[in-house]
Write a protein that binds this ligand. Structure first.
Ligand code: PEP
Ligand code: MN
Length: 332
């Protein structure tokens, strides 16, 4: 249950009530908000005179629920707005991993050239094997920051574990929580107090319920700026890397108030399918797509098979405008 206390109720009194109800205590400006487990459907009548409004939920999708907030949350990333009434579809691109200054600068320039405002690049990579490239770490983050300085781009980069979480929070404009880290409660809780937008990717074996509850950890920590990212789940099919769960995306659009970004690159795992899939994603009316691009995909140190080269990406990008305008949205 989410309980809005009447305005003017002191913070201390609200804190005491939160203790009694075993609730999370949040502030909405100067108003107190308490969030209990969704199992709580009733509160004692003794609280009646301090309660303004109550919201009762069938499960622990609460702060992120559309039943709680009708409108998709607005998220401002510098001067880039998504969600709310914006009708914006954000296109983010860049390499899987930052590999060198020359490599990341090529992709930064491609963004500038096309009018794209946000560059992706992994610095701390959660690889499946310990013997492959693990990312440039801090050097990678610094190169991303250099691209922000030089080209005015916003940066998204992944936090892999607790050893560098402060650094990613400091350097990135949006903090990415990867599919393999989305159960890390240290990361989730720290992102709850980060004061920057968080994009959380769905684990490939994660139920939608578990996914939205992971997002609730961040929201209930006080961070309102959470973006969901569907990037493919594991099914019986192995001709493609994963299966992009677009039915799940419909569910998330209907039931949550969180902006949604889709990642066709990791879903299919092969560059040949990325353009068609990107258009399909955009036609879903989501808030954005994130696509991996590399100056020379064959030579990429991670995810070589799925990255588009600059020409392929340019060609794809030019086809996106008509798809967004057909559904009354606009590329940003
Ligand atoms: C990535 O974005 O490069 C990545 C590792 O993605 P995921 O967490 O979805 O596997
Ligand atoms: Mn990747």
């Amino acid at each position: 249950m989410i309980i809005h206390l009447k305005s003017g109720i002191g913070r201390e009194k609200a804190g005491q009530m939160a203790c009694e109800l075993k609730a999370v205590h949040l502030m909405n400006g100067s108003d107190n908000v308490l969030v209990t487990s969704s199992n709580v459907k009733l509160v004692d009548a003794k609280y009646d005179d301090v309660i303004g409004e109550k919201f009762i939920f069938p499960d622990d999708l609460q702060l992120g629920s559309r039943q709680y907030r009708k409108k998709t949350r607005e998220i401002l990333i510098g001067n880039i707005l998504i969600g709310g009434d914006s009708g914006h579809t954000l296109v983010v691109t860049g390499p899987c991993s930052v590999e060198s200054e020359e490599q990341i600068e090529t992709m930064a320039k491609l963004c500038v050239d096309l009018g794209i405002g946000m560059l992706r690049g992994g610095a701390f990579k959660p690889r499946t094997s310990p013997y492959t490239f693990q990312g440039l770490g801090m050097d990678g983050l610094k190169l991303l920051a250099k691209m922000r300085e030089k080209y005015g781009l916003k940066i998204i980069s992944e936090v892999r574990d607790a050893t560098h979480i402060e650094e990613v929070i400091e350097y990135a404009d949006v903090i990415q929580i990867g599919a393999k880290s989305m159960y890390d409660h240290g990361i989730l809780r720290r992102c709850g107090t980060a004061g920057k937008p968080i994009m959380i990717k769905r684990g490939f074996g994660t139920l939608l319920q578990e996914f939205v509850q992971a997002a609730e950890f961040i929201l209930s920590g006080g961070n309102e700026n959470v973006i969901l990212c569907e990037r493919g789940i594991r099914t019986f099919e192995n001709k493609t890397r994963f299966t992009l769960d677009l039915c799940g995306v419909s569910y998330l659009k209907e039931k949550t108030n969180l902006p949604i970004i889709l990642d066709p690159s990791h879903a299919i795992g092969y560059a040949y399918g990325v353009p068609d899939l990107t258009r399909a994603c955009i036609a879903m009316g989501v808030d954005g797509v994130i696509i991996e691009t590399h100056p020379d995909p064959k030579a990429a140190l991670s995810d070589a098979s799925q990255q588009l080269n600059p020409d392929e990406f340019r060609k794809l990008y030019q086809t996106l405008g008509p798809v967004t305008s057909a559904i009354g949205r606009k590329i940003v």
